[in-house]
Design a protein around this ligand. Structure first.
Ligand code: HBI
Ligand code: FE
Length: 289
C-alpha cells in the first residue's frame, strides 16, 4: 500500500477522505460495492435525476449524447459494467481509487487509458456541494466524454504530457490546462455556449452560472494564457476558457510543451479573475433556452 498520503489538488491541507490502505501501489483498488448503503444508492439516484434534468441547452451535445452510456441511473453502477461498453467504444476503462491520488500515479493511469474514479459517494448532507471529487462527480462528470473518441485521445495525451511535465517541474502549469478544460471547459456550438468540463457538468449550481451568468470572464483557450491563470478549488470559477471543438483541444497537445513552459515560467502568474486587456472581455452570445 502507498506510504505517503496523496495531495488533494495541492492547495488544501485537509487529510483526503477515503481509505488509502486498500489501494495497490498504483493507487487503484477494487470498487467497494458492498460498502454502498441504500442511502448511498438513493443519493446517487437523486443526484443523477436532478443533474440530467438541467442539461438541455447547457451541456455540450456530445456529453448529452454520451450520458446514456453510463447505464443505470437509479443506483450506483458497477464499474465493470461501464467498462464493457467503454472499452468497446474507445479502449478506455475506469479504475476505482480511494480518492484523489498524487500526480504521477494519476498521469500514469491516464497515459494508459485508465481513468481513476473515486468509489465513495458524498453524504446526503453534501447533496448540493462537495469539494473533493466523489463517485458522482467522476462518473457523471468525467466518464461520458470518454466515450467520445477525440476527447478520449485528448485525455490520454494529457496523461502522457503530465509525465513529461513532472520531469520538467511544470505540473502546476499543466494542471491549470486540466482544470480549465477537462474540469471546467466551455465549448462554443453553433447554437451557443455549452459546458463540457466535468466540474461544471456534475454541479447543479455551476452549470447555469458557467454558461449563462454575466459575472465570469470567458476567454478563448490558449496554452500560455491558460497555463498562467491560477484557479480556485472551492468556489465557482471566475474565468472559463472556451474551445470551438474537441479536435482543437486534441491538436493543441501536438507540440512539445517544454518551450511553452519556459515562456510561461518567465511571465507573471495571473489571478483567476485577471483580464490582460479589454478585448478579453468577450461577450459570448448565449441564446436563452
Ligand atoms: N486524482 N483521483 C484523482 N482524480 C483527479 O482528477 C486528480 C487526481 N490527482 C491530481 C489531479 N487530478 C490534478 O491535480 C491533475 O492535474 C494532476
Ligand atoms: Fe474531476
Amino acid at each position: 500500500a502507498p506510504a505517503a498520503e496523496p495531495v488533494v489538488y495541492g492547495q488544501s491541507d485537509r487529510p483526503p477522505r477515503g481509505d488509502y490502505s486498500r489501494a495497490a501501489a498504483d493507487y487503484t483498488c477494487p470498487q467497494n460495492y458492498a460498502a454502498y448503503t441504500a442511502a448511498d444508492h438513493d443519493t446517487y439516484r437523486r443526484l443523477y435525476e436532478r443533474q440530467a434534468a438541467l442539461l438541455p441547452g447547457l451541456a455540450s451535445d456530445e456529453f448529452i449524447a454520451a450520458l446514456p452510456s453510463l447505464g443505470v441511473k437509479d443506483h450506483i453502477p458497477r464499474f465493470e459494467e461501464i467498462n464493457e461498453r467503454l472499452y468497446r467504444a474507445t479502449r478506455w476503462e475506469i479504475v476505482a481509487v480511494p480518492g484523489l491520488i498524487p500526480e504521477v500515479p494519476f498521469f500514469t493511469l491516464l497515459a494508459n487509458r485508465k481513468f481513476p474514479v473515486t468509489d465513495w459517494l458524498r453524504t446526503p448532507e453534501e447533496f448540493d456541494y462537495i469539494v473533493e471529487p466523489d463517485v458522482f462527480h467522476d462518473l457523471f462528470g468525467h466518464v461520458p466524454l470518454l466515450f467520445n473518441p477525440v476527447f478520449a485521445d485528448y485525455v490520454q495525451r494529457y496523461g502522457q504530457g503530465g509525465l513529461k511535465a513532472h520531469a520538467l517541474g511544470a505540473c502546476e502549469l499543466l494542471s491549470r490546462l486540466y482544470w480549465y478544460t477537462i474540469e471546467f471547459g466551455l465549448i462554443r456550438q453553433s447554437d451557443g455556449l455549452r459546458a463540457y468540463g466535468a466540474g461544471i457538468l456534475s454541479s447543479a449550481g455551476e452549470l447555469q452560472y458557467a454558461v449563462r451568468s454575466e459575472e465570469p470572464h470567458r476567454i478563448p483557450l490558449a496554452l500560455e494564457r491558460t497555463m498562467r491563470t491560477r484557479y480556485k478549488i472551492d468556489t465557482y470559477q471566475q474565468t472559463y476558457f472556451v474551445i470551438d471543438s474537441f479536435q482543437q483541444l486534441f491538436d493543441m497537445t501536438a507540440p512539445d510543451f517544454a518551450p511553452v513552459y519556459e515562456r510561461v515560467k518567465g511571465l507573471p502568474e495571473l489571478a483567476a479573475d485577471a483580464l490582460l486587456s479589454n478585448d478579453e472581455r468577450q461577450r459570448w452570445a448565449t441564446k436563452p433556452t
